[in-house]
Design a protein around this ligand. Sequence first.
Ligand code: PLP
Length: 422
Amino acid sequence: MEDDLSEALDTRHNSANDDGAQAAPAASRDAFAKAHSFNRAELAEASGLHPYFKPIAAQHGGTVLANGREMVITGSNDYLGLTQDDRLKQAARAALDTFGTSCTGSRFLTGTLTLHETLEGRLAAFLDKEAALTFSAGYLGCLSVVAALAGRHDILYYDRENHASLYDAARLSFATLRKYAHNDLDELDRLLRADANRPGGRIIVSDGVFSMSGHIVDLPGLVELKHRYGARLIIDDAHATGVLGATGRGSGEHFGLMDEVDVVIGTFSKSFASVGGFMAGERKVVQFVKHHARPFIFTAALPAMQMAAALSALDIMEGESQHRERLWHNVERFRNGMQNLGFDTLGSETPIVPVLVGEDDRTLAFWKGLWDAGVFTTPALPPGVPQGQAIIRTSVNANHTDEQLERLLAAFEKVGKGLGVI
Ligand SMILES: Cc1ncc(COP(=O)(O)O)c(C=O)c1O
């Protein structure tokens, strides 16, 4: 059952996304038959082993109210801990009063607010690019940028561990697709070389921080290949903006290569403590995406409240380094603590700390042990991760207190020893 569950509830990209290979459902004259016979989730719920869709009743700092009690949460993406910040809440309220609850229209038609242009100008300046464009979700930003720019005659090279948004974006584009093994630039080099005589443009697209392993992209290597083969480079910095670099400007700043990234994609749903997405790059390229991307044009514009919260978060990112400093203090404390206990954190270098458990059954039992111990977290099972390498995907935020980190470490130690993982 666990295998079934993992397949049904894959949280990252899945085999269906993986170059379109999905097992054909049993032939039936009723297209809904597959839904009517789908009972894996109910079975898992009944056995107490359904780790997903757990409702949170309230949230405060590093804790949540769930299942009728206070639990320490690990795995959220509120990296700078700003979802509870009064300044963001007040900015959102003020925007609500001025602009109302929704734009009710596409950016293209009646949905462009002055606030969109203000936020886009600020993002472009923050990332040192000519222009920026916002989207109603980071997911839609990935679809928009890649599908608009990777055209019929182009070749799109992408890392196997890229986020599902980029997998779906690749499928939506008409480009020829080439997948390379995770951070394996020798393979990417071979692929680019093999295509040397083909016409069309080349685009390399990669996560800046990989959302499951917490690895950082080999940006210097990608930049070298980009120049060698005349490719364009797009980096999805969803987990890097606000987190990496001396001033939180992401993977480009981390490596001192901000100018070399042709397009940065980002989201407001993580460090920015809001919802929505954005791209930043050359003015002409932004203008092109704005007039061609269907996932941008055919959906309602990002609402004012979300933008006001993101703008307030941007003010804080630019003006207050203490949130990022506290984040990294917590990351090091937690990761070192886990490693000292004997856990394998798969070489993570960022606030995303995967904890390798291995087999699916054991990982679900691990999750249940943590749940019972008052830790709110989620596992990642194959095909979201390789077979036999299921993980508990933890992440640490700036709003975790030392006491909460100790509670996390104590729970992991108890469950890890009980299951023989450490
Ligand atoms: C690497 C990456 N890109 C894009 C997204 C999509 O962002 P959003 O939640 O804003 O749709 C995510 C979200 O988890 C992500 O991890």
